[in-house]
Design a protein around this ligand. Sequence first.
Ligand code: AMP
Ligand code: MG
Length: 411
Amino acid sequence: MGCCDAPGLMPIEEALDKMLTPITPVSETLQLPLPEALGFVLAEDILSPINVPPFDNSAMDGYAIRLRDLEKSTTLTMVGKSFAGAPFEGEWPEMTTIRIMTGAKIPEGCDAVIMQENTSVEGNSITFNQCSPKANMNIRPTGDDIRQGDVVLRKGARLTARDIPMIATLGISHLTVYRKPKVAFFSTGDELRPLGTTLSDGQIYDSNRYGIKPLIENFGCEAIDLGIIPDCQETLKATFEDAQLQADVVITSGGVSVGEADYTKDILEELGQIGFWKLAIKPGKPFAFGELDHAWFCGLPGNPVSAVLTMYVLVQPLIAKLSGHSEWKAPESIPAITRSAFKKAPGRTDYQRGIYTLEDGQFVVETTGNQSSGAFRSMSLANCFVVLERDRGSVEAGETVQIQLFNPTLF
Ligand code: AMP
Ligand code: MG
């Protein structure tokens, strides 16, 4: 079945193309101390100003030797010490050895370090039990890890907890990064109540803001929570106007499906150019995207699973582009064998919630059960999405499907 069998539904790729094409990344930069730069996007290449390690040093606790001395005798006299931060200084006489610790500077003329486990010690007399050491054994040479002038990270990389200590080894204390995009968000709906209140008949707790905020932050943005806005034209309009003055992107949840759509539509048409789309994605069919006078706008469906999923699939790439995170990559798909059946009709790409395990090196996956777009328990139980292609129908147990493992940008 082709997409013509699902008339009017826009494929995800087309939606992404329409969303990403007009986006220009933020250009303002700031200087941050290294420890505060975690999660920011680099606005400069990082070149190493030094060699790492900056000097030849020992990989072991042991004894520094010259091969020619050892050829003559397997017992040498210890005449000095080289400790980390306190190198051996002075003359190193022939037929002697220097006690050396891990990380300590290799003395001039040393060919190898013999680990202490391969020696017998009697006072200052050291006997080497392993008598044929190779040149350079247990020596970490200057620049072994990073050479002076090497590009270690490129502009457009988002700084991780693995990058920060690596940059610290270079002695770089400040970085130039792009400012984080600001994303204002609010929930819409007369039925929504904040936490800490009691529900009356027909009301539910607003959960979407609690799903959307961590995602905004995990995607590397500053989140501005504008609360719950009732389905009231004036309040909605005032909130949109306030939001777009504070933020680069305004995200709403609810009110974009049929019924309320026209309502929100009128306001948004006054404030900018917004497209209301029906996407070939499940869950998450109703979605709005466009440009207000001062900010981009994404209107997520109200159903909680749909809201989080469209954030992940559609808003994440948009924010990556806006943040200047040019090294961003879409989540990877991995083949897995199904342990349960997955119900599906052709026509939409379906992101079902699954639980994967590894069995003898093979990914296997089963459903979390109830796949309703309102049933958020399925997200909480899952550890992956089971991505069923648009044209695919139901899947039997034993078939191969593509899964996307949950990762730190999700929850
Ligand atoms: P809507 O898109 O506004 O038509 O909402 C679709 C469904 O999602 C309805 O069942 C709403 O009650 C529910 N919903 C909308 N917004 C939220 C929210 N912030 N938290 C939890 N459920 C919501
Ligand atoms: Mg609503």
